[in-house]
Design a protein around this ligand. Sequence first.
Ligand code: SAH
Length: 609
Amino acid sequence: MVHFVGAGPGAVDLITIRAKNLIENADVVIYAGSLINKELLSLCKDGAGLYDSSHLSLNEIIMLMEEALKKERSVVRLQTGDLSLYGAIREQIDELKKRGIPYDITPGVSSFLGAAARLKAEYTVPGSSQSLIITRLEGRTPVPENERISKLSSHGTSMAVFLSAGNIGGLVEELLKGGAYTCDTKAAIVYKATWPEEKVIRCTIGTLEEAGRKNSISNTALILVGDFLDSEKEVSRSKLYDREFTTGFRRGVREGTGIICFTDRGQELSGRISDGLFERYKGSIHIYRADSDGKLREWLKDVFYRFENIVFVGACGIAVRMIAPLLIGKTVDPAVVVIDEKGENVISLLSGHIGGANRLAEETADITGARAVITTATDLNDKFAIDSFAKKYDMEIPDPKLIKTVSSAVLREEPVHIYMSAGSDDSMLSEISRQSGLIIHDTGSIPTDISVIAQDTNNVIISIYDMGIPGLILCPRKGYLGIGSKKGVLAETVKAVFGDFIKDNKLFKESIVMAGSIDLKKEEAGIRDFCRDEGFEFETFSAEELNTLNGDFTSSELVKEVTGTDSVCERSALYLALKYAKEGHIEIKKYARDGVTFALALADAKRLN
Ligand code: SAH
C-alpha cells in the first residue's frame, strides 16, 4: 500500500496523528524535499529508506514505490500541506492504478490554513466575504482562461494565491483588472507559514510588490488579499450567534430607529423626525439616504431586525417592495411607518399593535404635524388591543396565535375575562377597568375546572403570569435568571436543567429579561451557548459585587471557598434585578441538578432603560 500523507504547512506538530503513525511505521518515505519540513523525517524508524522527490521524475517515483511494495515494504509519499491542493497526486495515482497498486490518502493542514492562523484571520468574515478563492498565476502549469486572476478578482472575495510569489508585479496587475479590488484593498504575504523562519507581511495591493521585494520573497509564500484582512473594518457579527438576530423562533433584542429617505427634501424631513423621536426615546437613530434600490435592499436586509422602528420617507410602494421579502410575522416584525415627503400623511404600515407602528405613526405625526393613518381594526373602533397593551406594559405573549381570538372577541363585544396576579401594576389595572367588556378577576379566583366557563360561553380568558389556563397568557418581563455551574458543563446539560427548572416552577421563559452569573463563569462555554440559544443577554459580576447584597441566601461553604461568594445563582439573579429595576426579590431559590444551579429574581419595580 502506498500512503499519500499530507505533511502540513511546516511546523512539525501540525501533522495529523494518523500521518505521524504512518511515517513512524514506513519502510520507505518519498518526500517533497523542497517544501516539507525535514525535521519530520526524524519520526522515521531506523533503517527506513528516505528519498527526496525533488530530484526524481514521476517515472522514478513510481518505480521506487513499485519496488518497495514488491518487497512488501510500506511506502509513505509525504507532501507539503494538503495533497488535494497543487499536490500533483492525480498523475501519481493514475500510474498506480495502471499497475494495480493500492493507495490511500491522509489529509494535511494546508498552508492557506496555516497562514490564516498566523494572521489570526477569518476568510469568511460576515460583512466582507463569504467565499474564498484558492488560485494561482499561470506558470509552467497552464491555468484555464476562465480562471485567470483578472477574472476571478472581479468578485472581490477573499483570495489565497499559491505558487505566485515569483511574480508579484504580474499578480497585482491581474488583481486590479477585475475592478473589485483597489490599491487600498488589504493584502498579506505569508512566507513559510508556521516555520521558524516564517515572515508575515501585512500590506495593501498597492504596496504588495514593494513589500515582496523588500523582504526578498520569491517562493514558498502565499499571497492573500481581501477585506477579511482589514481588522479595523467593523464586521457584521455572524447572524447565527447574534443575540440581535431575529429568526422565526425568537425575537432578538432590538433598539433604535432607522429612517430611510431618497431626496434632499426627504432628508430634511428625516432630520426633523429624528430630533423629535430622539427627544422621546433617547434611542439611537440612523438616517439612511438611499441612492440605489440595490444598496438599500442590502442595507435593509442587514438592519431590518435590529431596529425597533423603521420610518420610510417616501412612497408606500417602495417601502412595501423593499420590506416584503424580509417579513417574518406579526410578533417579530419591526414597526414600519411611511410618511410622504411633504409630511402630510404618516401611515402605520406594519406591526401596528405588537410592533408599535400605530404609536410610532402617532408620534411621527405629532412631530411633523402630519395626519396619522391607522388601519388596524381594534384601534379604529377605539377598542382594547391586547398586543399593544402587552407591549406597553413590557409583557410577552408566549402563544401569539391567540391574539386574534382575543381581538375578535373584543370586536364582537363578547366578554373577556382577565385574571391578574396580586400586585399587578396599578396603571395597567385602571386601563383595563376603563374598557367595557373586560372583566377583571384576581388569580385567586382562577377556575380550576376551566370547562365550566368554556361550556356556557365563548368567553376568552387572559391570565397574567399564571400557568394552566387555556387562554392567552401575558408574561410580564420581570424575571432575572441567576446561573451557576461546575466547570466545563455542557450546554445541553444547562438546557436540560433549565427545562426542568421552568417546568417544576411553572415559569414562562418569556418572562426572563436576562441572565447573570459570577465573573468566573464569564467564559463558561456551556452557559454562554445556552444563553445565546435562548436569546438571554448574559452578564457577570465579581464576587465583591455579589457580596454587597444582604439577604437570606442559600449559602454553601464550598461555593464560597471556590468562588469567594456563598451563593452564585441567587446573588447573581438578585443583583441583576436590582441593577436593572432598582427593586426586586428572590422568587425562586437555588435549584440544583447535574452540576447546574438556577435561581430567579423578580423585579418589584419598572425596568429602567
Ligand atoms: N499542497 C500544498 C501546496 C503545494 S504548492 C498546500 O496545501 O499548502 C506549493 C505552494 O504552496 C508554494 O509555492 C506556496 O505558495 C504554498 N506554500 C506551501 N507551504 C507554504 C508555507 N508554509 N507558507 C506559505 N506558503 C506555502
